[in-house]
Write a protein that binds this ligand. Structure first.
Ligand code: KG4
Ligand code: ZN
Length: 331
């Protein structure tokens, strides 16, 4: 039995969790900074770091209380090493190093995207081989996994990430930050009336490109007279263009690899339209689909604790010289 205390501070959520054996969630506390950053229309890095400092000790205590354990029962400390905002990451890394040093515990560094993938451990034991569709604020990738903690990239975005496009388009429409959930709600009410572009790229390519779509939405919003814009319809049309590409590239990835297990990860996996379309794809192609629980789609430390359990089994461990790595590659 292994109890891991996990810390995540890569962006604007301060999060601590306690996870047993990579799949049992004993505690999960998340303190979101959305209300602080929304008045600026996006995350202010320096403000995020300061807030992480303020919240960290309170959240650590709260997580241990929720899990009903003391630090004596913790077997290892896990932390998001990167990618993310360097100042924000540093708060988590420094906290984790301090705990590991003072308690003589192993320190397990986790890649943020590996974390998102392992959020699926809380819906059921992951089985392999699988293809993971990663859709977050900073990443859009198709990843092949033959076994635990072994990642191969099949495709990735060449410009904006999906979540980033949602946030940028939401900003064009004067919606508050973060835009993804707002656009999701509006899209449910709208009709697909605008024909926005879908970037398919070269034949057989599993890469993505979303910046053209963002520009097309911008041009439409600027060209149309303000009173003529039906914001729900813009949202529905934008989302339809995003989903068409995500679903088709995912279908191609399953076909090219011959894999029958599809896993989804990252903040945008909370999107209702995407979840619906993925379920349809899974049914049509007889795929086994794994979607993270709604409360573990966006940033949290539970996913870091789950990933760390498998990272540790692969012998991944950091020394006290561990540093935050804002551009850490997954592969
Ligand atoms: O994975 P995440 O929490 O952070 C990163 O690792 O980047 O993803 C955050 C992103 C944001 O861009 C946010 O707008 C988007 O996920 N997002 C959504 C939804 N919920 C969060 N996008 C579309 N629909 C949603 N329901
Ligand atoms: Zn994330």
């Amino acid at each position: 039995m292994t109890i891991i205390l996990a810390i995540e501070t890569s962006c604007d959520e301060t999060a601590v969790a306690v996870v047993r054996d990579g799949s049992e969630l004993l505690a999960n506390v998340v303190s979101s900074q959305v209300d602080i950053h929304s008045k600026f229309g996006g995350v202010v890095p320096e403000v995020a770091s300061r807030r992480h400092v303020e919240k960290m000790t309170v959240l650590l205590e709260e997580a241990l209380r929720q899990a009903n354990i003391s630090m004596d029962e913790v077997d290892a400390v896990a932390v998001t090493e990167g990618p993310g905002l360097v100042g924000a990451l540093l708060i988590g890394v420094t906290t984790a190093k301090t705990l590991a040093f003072s308690r003589g515990l192993p320190l397990i560094p986790v890649h943020h995207i590996a974390g998102h993938i392992y959020a699926n451990q809380f819906v059921g034991e992951m089985a392999f081989p699988l293809v993971a569709l990663v859709v977050s604020g900073g990443h859009t990738e198709l990843i092949y996994m033959e076994r635990h903690y072994a990642f191969k990239r099949l495709g990735q975005t060449r410009d904006d990430a999906v979540g980033e496009s949602y946030d940028k388009v939401a900003r064009l429409l004067n919606l508050p930050y973060p835009g993804g959930p707002q656009l999701d709600q509006l899209a449910e009410k709208g009709k697909v009336t605008y024909d926005f572009p879908r970037a398919w790229l070269e034949r057989g390519s599993l890469d993505f490109s979303f910046s053209g779509l963002k520009t097309a939405v911008m041009n439409t919003v600027q060209q149309e007279k303000q009173e003529k814009i039906v914001i729900e319809d813009v949202a529905a049309s934008f989302q339809e263009a995003v989903l068409d590409v995500l679903i088709e590239k995912t279908r191609q990835a399953m076909e090219q690899t011959g894999v029958r297990r599809l896993l989804v990860a990252g903040g945008v996996s909370a999107n209702r339209g995407l979840r619906r379309r993925l379920k349809e794809l899974a049914q049509e192609r007889r795929l086994t689909l794994s979607l993270p629980p709604l409360d573990l789609c966006t940033d949290n430390a539970a996913m870091i604790g789950a990933a760390a359990y498998y990272a540790q089994q692969k012998g991944i461990q950091a020394g006290l010289d561990l540093n935050a790595n804002p551009g850490l590659p997954l592969i």
